[in-house]
Structures are given as structure tokens and as C-alpha cells.
Design a protein around this ligand. Structure first.
Ligand SMILES: [Zn+2]
Length: 285
């Protein structure tokens, strides 16, 4: 590991004065862009929320995939991928070990790279399953690409207004509502994207805790990693896709970003002042 320039300084510190890992320090929390990520995450007014979240999940996976590719690069010294069963025998991050379910639904510990490969296969399967992500059943042009180029989704079918309170119970029986329903997403859509998000979070946690120094620091890519991750966290928090518990292994870095305004403050609850809207500075390269 070529961590000498870092390691030498660290070696001077008494071993009992444990400093946080590099990636939990302000000086390494920088990004490759300026500003915050509100504008990338905020749903355009005319886009239905389910459509927007489907687009976000696909985009977030694309970014994560690029980071995962970096830990799969073959290490010249060992001839093995950087993340391999010898160095990462379990899917771990900061004291958390994530288990996979075997065919009998029994939790098993497997090497991180195997876990990540399974997650990738599983997510790609979900994203490409038209019954879960029915992107082309709504309209052929409502794909991630069309959002990326800035166009809005075509109007989906007009939705009737909600029932009045007088006939609400009957209406609930006959016309239940769920996230993404207007765009043709199934009732399980919300739990599906939350599951996807949870697994992506675990991948980020492992990447930071297992591989920040080697390779991200060594190849000078840690700011790219931060940039993908802060966008991931911002979308996850904004749309309630991630719970605090899931973020826990990376909480100190999230706190740094909250503290310096790179992430907007959590949405205000019950009448507290909401400062999120005054924080929309956008992102500039
Ligand atoms: Zn690993």
C-alpha cells in the first residue's frame, strides 16, 4: 500500500489517541463540484414523483457502479481485484457486517465482492424488470436519458381528484393510492426502491471503510467518490429512501456535509422553520 505520505504523519500520533478515518475529516470531505445538491435532487414540478424516483434510482445506480468498478480493478501486485475475498472476507463497514440470505432465507456471511456482485445483479434485475420499473409502458420517451437532457416527462394520464372525506372509506377500497401509481408503477414500488437504496448504501459504506485509502486516495479519486455519495445521500434523505440506521456507518461524513452546508438541513417537522429552500444554490463544476 502506498500510504506512506499519509501513514508517516499518522504514525506520529499516539496509538491510543485514535483519530477518525481520513474520510471522516473535513479536509477530505471535498467534492469535484461546488455548491450543494438540491437542484440535482429536486423533482421538476411537472414530473410525477414515482417517475422522478425511478429516474433517480437508475441514475444513482449508474454512479455507484462506476465506484464499484474501481474496487474491481485488478491489483498488479496480487493479480486479484482490489476487493477480493482475502482482503474483504465479509461485507463489512465500521463494525457492521451485512449478511446475504441463502436459498433457505438464512443469513450468511459472504465475501464483500460476492455480496456486491449479487447486489448489482439484483438491482439490474429490478431496474430492467418492466413490472417494477415500467418505464416504457407509460411513454417511450420518459426514460432517464430524457431527464438528463433536461426535458420534462410527457404528461401522464390525468388523475381524478381525490375523494371527499364523506366517501373516503369506500374510495380507499376501490381506489387505493401509492407512490408511482399515476405512472403505472406497482404497489410495491416504494418498498422496492427503498430496498435498492438500502443495498446501495451498504456498498458505499464498504467502499469507504474498506477501500478509501486504496484505491480511492491512492489514485486521487476520493473527491469523485464523495461527489457520488453526497448526491446519493441527498436524494435518499430528501425522498425518505434511507433511514438513519442505514446511514449510521457513514454518519460522521454526512454530519460534516450538514455542518458546512453542502447538504441541506433535514426537512423541518411540525412547524419548525424550513431552511432547505434557501439552500438551493445549485451545483457548478
Ligand atoms: Zn472490499
Amino acid at each position: 500500500m502506498s500510504v506512506d505520505s499519509q501513514g508517516a504523519q499518522e504514525g506520529l500520533a499516539p496509538s491510543n489517541a485514535r483519530r477518525p478515518p481520513f474520510f471522516f475529516r473535513e479536509e477530505y470531505a471535498g467534492l469535484i463540484v461546488k455548491g450543494n445538491f438540491m437542484t440535482l435532487a429536486a423533482k421538476p414540478k411537472l414530473v410525477e414523483e414515482g417517475e422522478w424516483l425511478a429516474h433517480q434510482v437508475v441514475e444513482q445506480y449508474r454512479l455507484l457502479e462506476q465506484m464499484i468498478d474501481i474496487i474491481k480493478v485488478l491489483d498488479e501486485r496480487t493479480g486479484k481485484p482490489i476487493c477480493n475475498p482475502d482482503v474483504c472476507p465479509t461485507m463489512s463497514a465500521s463494525g457492521h457486517t451485512y449478511t446475504w440470505l441463502d436459498n433457505n432465507k438464512k443469513p450468511i456471511k459472504i465475501p464483500a465482492i460476492q455480496y456486491i456482485n449479487l447486489v448489482q445483479k439484483w438491482i439490474v434485475g429490478k431496474i430492467n424488470d418492466p413490472s417494477i420499473f415500467p418505464t416504457d409502458s407509460v411513454t417511450p420517451s420518459s426514460t432517464a436519458a430524457s431527464y438528463a437532457s433536461g426535458s420534462l416527462t410527457p404528461m401522464s394520464a390525468p388523475q381524478p381528484l381525490g375523494p371527499t372525506s364523506l366517501n373516503a372509506p369506500l374510495a380507499q377500497l376501490s381506489g387505493r393510492d401509492w407512490l408511482g401509481k399515476p405512472s403505472g408503477f406497482p404497489e410495491t414500488f416504494e418498498s422496492d426502491i427503498k430496498s435498492i437504496y438500502r443495498q446501495m448504501m451498504r456498498c458505499y459504506a464498504h467502499i469507504y471503510h474498506g477501500h478509501w485509502l486504496d484505491p480511492f486516495w491512492n489514485v486521487g479519486a476520493y473527491k469523485e467518490l464523495n461527489t457520488c455519495f453526497i448526491h446519493f445521500i441527498n436524494v435518499g434523505k430528501l425522498f425518505g429512501l434511507l433511514g438513519d440506521k442505514e446511514i449510521e456507518p457513514m454518519q460522521p461524513l454526512v454530519d460534516i456535509w450538514l455542518g458546512n452546508g453542502m447538504l441541506p438541513p433535514p426537512p423541518a417537522r411540525q412547524g419548525k422553520e424550513n431552511t432547505a429552500s434557501s439552500n438551493q444554490q445549485g451545483v457548478s463544476a
